[in-house]
Design a binder for this molecule. Structure first.
Ligand code: ARG
Length: 476
């Protein structure tokens, strides 16, 4: 059988048969890596200008190629660009289109470059952008939690451990706990982004180039602090993507916990909140239903982002240096996690902003006198009783109230003396919701002043971070 024609692939020179169509489909990534198009164009422009600056292409050739790259950008923006799977990936599709637009000079675009350093560069640029977008969306959620918390500084509900009513807290305090988590998520994304500051471009396939490329030039133009000084690390590593995925997975776990509370709290059993109609859905069968599908989906989607992280960790763990085609599997998990995280942040921000809070139901649940039992034990501690002994005595008093179905606060001083002689007053005098909240004045406690101060600090920190963002479009 005579050799088949070799097709139009840039690497087809040493091949005598054309690619099997199933292999073409199997190896193609253009269906998803088209998301990198704008970063690929940015990288190519920087590369072409660098080639001109070192004399590898003339000024005219450089301008021709830049003109062609601009035309491709317009085609992409106006949905006229053809994503041909035969061209494998977005990088080859753009290069091939450049050839069609500007002729043989396009053959100089890939001078000194490999798709290995090209794709690593594009991916780093993409990651930096989504890390910024996710930070901003997290800060916006924080701003809404702080605003709603401020509105509910005096709304009291039970704080829970083991999902059992434990001690009274302010709703602002409860939501500030999430603000703390989301602020650390912002910090993680910010750190990850700051570490993506070494440009892979110029690393070639793995060992650099014999040509006099100026790696500082492309690094600078693309906003990196410097070129990656090790060409093998530059093409083989994906820990920048792993850091994004781990920060995204952690943020999704935080969102999922907040979502779980909205699901619980909006049930008739709790009745603490009601989701706005705009953030709820109905049942196709039961006309009475108003379902918390939005928080449920957020909770469900945290699973896929955790999966995205595990997928890429698993792709990387057995790979010998340097580039292996397995690395093409880095993209879909990252694209999926980025889209999922940003979508979830958007809907959760809206759900919290429009949430109706049933302060009466929360207050009713918080007025359970058993929530004050710890304070009764601490009243004994103030009389010099060892805490363990006080705990035991109050435990017996609580047991008595449960058995007799009486309110803990109804115990007189004499009743209390039956459990411990050191009780200084009646339970009614020793216990109140107000003093339970207000006497916890130490850092992190429930006193109004503390929580208000925390709200103020968080509000200025978030506003400053958002303003900083607007100023440099970079890190918070
Ligand atoms: N589409 C490939 C990827 O995303 C580009 C790199 C191909 N390099 C190669 N040596 N085959 O990883």
């Amino acid at each position: 059988m005579s050799p088949q024609p070799t097709g139009n692939k840039p690497w087809s020179g040493r091949f005598r048969e054309s690619t099997d169509p199933a292999v073409e489909r199997f190896t193609a990534s253009i269906d998803f890596d088209r998301a990198l198009a704008q970063y690929d164009l940015r990288g190519s422009r920087a590369h072409v200008r660098m080639l001109q600056s070192v004399g590898l292409v003339s000024a005219d050739e450089c301008n021709e190629m830049l003109r062609g790259l601009d035309a491709i950008e317009t085609e992409i923006q106006t949905a006229k660009f053809v994503y041909d799977p035969a061209l494998e990936d977005i990088h080859m599709a753009i290069e091939s289109r450049l050839g069609a637009l500007v002729g043989p000079v396009a053959g100089k675009l890939h001078t000194g470059r490999s798709r290995n350093d090209q794709v690593a560069t594009d991916f780093a640029l993409y990651l930096r952008d989504v890390e910024s977008a996710a930070q901003r969306a997290l800060l916006e959620l924080c701003a809404v939690l702080i605003e709603r918390g401020t509105e509910h500084l005096d709304t009291v509900l039970p704080g829970y451990t083991h999902l059992q009513r434990a001690q009274p807290v302010r709703l602002a305090h409860h939501w500030l706990a999430f603000v703390g988590m989301f602020q650390r998520d912002v910090g993680r994304l910010c750190d990850a982004r700051a570490r993506l500051d070494r440009a892979p471009l110029g690393a070639g396939a793995l060992a650099g180039s014999t040509l006099p490329l100026d790696r500082e030039h492309t690094a600078r133009e693309l906003g990196f602090a410097a070129p990656n000084p090790n060409s093998m690390d530059a093409v083989a590593s994906r820990d920048g993507a792993l850091e994004f995925l781990s920060a995204a997975a952690i943020a999704m776990v935080h969102l999922s916990r907040l979502a779980e509370e909205l699901v619980l709290w909006s049930s008739s059993e709790f009745g603490f909140v009601e989701l706005a109609d705009a953030y709820s859905t109905g049942s196709s069968l039961m006309p009475n239903k108003k379902n918390p599908d939005v928080p449920e989906l957020v909770r469900g989607k945290s699973g896929r982002v955790i999966g995205d992280l595990v997928a890429l960790l698993t792709v990387l763990k057995g790979l010998p240096l340097t580039y292996n085609r397995d690395l093409q599997e880095d993209k879909e998990p990252v694209f999926d996690a980025a889209r999922t995280l940003c979508d979830c942040l958007e809907v959760m921000t809206g759900a919290i902003a429009t949430l109706r809070v049933n302060t009466a139901r929360m207050g009713e649940a918080a007025s359970d006198p058993m929530l004050l039992a710890t304070d009764l034990a601490e009243a004994l501690v103030r009389e010099g009783v060892p805490f363990r002994e006080a705990h035991e005595a109050v435990g017996r008093a609580v047991g008595h109230c449960v058995e007799k179905e009486v309110d803990l606060r109804s115990l007189s001083r004499e009743d209390l003396h039956g459990f411990h002689p050191a009780f200084p007053a009646s339970a009614g005098e020793l216990l109140s919701l107000e003093s339970a909240l207000e006497s916890r004045k130490l850092i992190g406690g429930t006193a109004r002043e503390n929580v208000e101060q925390n709200l103020n600090q968080a509000r200025s920190a978030v506003a400053a971070a958002l303003a900083n963002f607007d100023a440099d479009r970079g890190n918070a």
